[in-house]
Ligand binder design. Structure first.
Ligand code: PEP
Ligand code: MN
Length: 337
């Protein structure tokens, strides 16, 4: 339910309405617009329908929200959200580039990759320490040792970090080492993990499940916001279709669709979206043209020697070219890198 206030509603009137909602055991989310404020109501709405809320001074209209995602919806919060992580803002004017290897392999290699991606314009270093591999015999990641390497390199080079968390029991530990916790496609509906990250209040990059609809994706984000963690960045990374030439089918529709449905920032992962390094740059240009707030790109100094996902990783020269091309598109749509 949304309570739309009149443009001349006083602070006292607003407080009376919020107090009333709280007294019924429901939560509120207030969104201050330029012209008027909106109060989103979360909880068992049946409790409130019996109350003639529209009769309260200052209320213009009470609107039912039928969708199952509320906190993430633009109806609840018309202004786009900007997720601030230290000195980086995701969802503002800047297209934020997150780049790095699929997996953290060793200190030397990560450092070399980090220095290169930073030079080309990346703000955030990606790399998995806990890898959710499809096969139990594939490299599973360096674990805590990888997190330590990530932190050391980021501190040295001056980048923020994003890395995947796969177990709710690791959330507290990860929070010590990383700036943004990634929930991977395979865990998009691991609700205990989502709740734990919600409780931690840490910035999170939530990837779309490979078989999830846009609405299911947003409902997963709702789990995190429902724990009062609004630091959520969505990530479109491609879905499974009948097409097999590419690893996944990047759903470019999802970018403007999510912008319409939600206030949350959305970034695109062209690496997992395509599975082929040669497609990464053109798809990145398309993502930024479609309104993406950032890119998550796999980069390696020697993709042919990478322990995972080398075929979709750009080498550092190609990454530099990619950023240049994407920058031109960003400028054409009023953004910057
Ligand atoms: C990743 O980004 O490292 C990853 C495993 O991606 P996804 O969860 O999208 O498959
Ligand atoms: Mn990968």
């Amino acid at each position: 339910m949304i309570i739309v206030l009149k443009s001349n509603t006083t602070a006292d009137e607003k407080k009376r309405i919020i107090d009333k909602v709280h007294s019924l055991g429901l939560k509120t989310m207030v969104s201050e617009g330029v012209e008027r404020s909106i109060i989103g109501v979360i909880g068992e709405e049946d409790k409130i329908r019996v109350q003639p809320l529209e009769a309260y001074p200052g209320v213009e209209q009470v609107i039912a929200v039928l969708s199952q995602f509320k906190l993430v919806s633009r109806e609840f919060k018309p202004q786009s959200s900007v997720v601030k992580v230290k000195d980086v803002a995701i969802g503002g004017e800047e297209i934020v580039i997150m780049a790095g290897p699929c997996a953290i392999e060793n200190l030397q290699t990560l450092r070399e990759i980090a220095v290169n991606v930073k030079k080309s314009g990346a703000r955030i270093l990606r790399g998995g320490a806990f890898k959710p591999r499809t096969s139990p015999y594939s490299f599973q990641g360096l674990g805590v040792e990888g997190l330590k390497i990530m932190k050391q390199v980021c501190d040295e080079v001056g980048l923020l970090s994003v890395t995947e968390v796969i177990d709710p029991r690791d959330v507290e530990l990860m929070a010590k080492y990383v700036d943004i916790m990634q929930v991977g496609a395979r865990n998009m509906q691991n609700f205990n993990l989502l709740k734990e990250i919600g409780i931690s209040k840490r910035p999170v990059l939530l990837k779309r499940g490979m078989m999830a609809t846009i609405k299911e994706f947003l409902m997963s984000a709702e789990y995190i916001l429902n724990e009062d963690n609004f630091n959520v960045i969505l990530c479109e990374r491609g879905i499974r279709t009948f097409e097999t030439y590419t690893r996944n089918t990047l759903d470019i529709n999802a970018v403007p669709a999510i912008k319409m449905l939600s206030h949350l920032p959305i970034v695109v992962d062209p690496s997992h979206g395509t599975g082929k390094w040669g497609l990464v740059t053109p798809v990145s240009r398309a993502a930024v043209a479609a309104g993406a707030d950032g890119l998550l790109v796999e980069v390696h100094v020697h993709p042919e020697e990478a322990v995972s996902d080398g075929t979709q990783s750009l080498n550092t020269d190609n990454f530099e070219k990619m950023v240049k091309e994407v920058r031109a598109v960003a400028e054409a749509v009023g953004r910057k890198i």
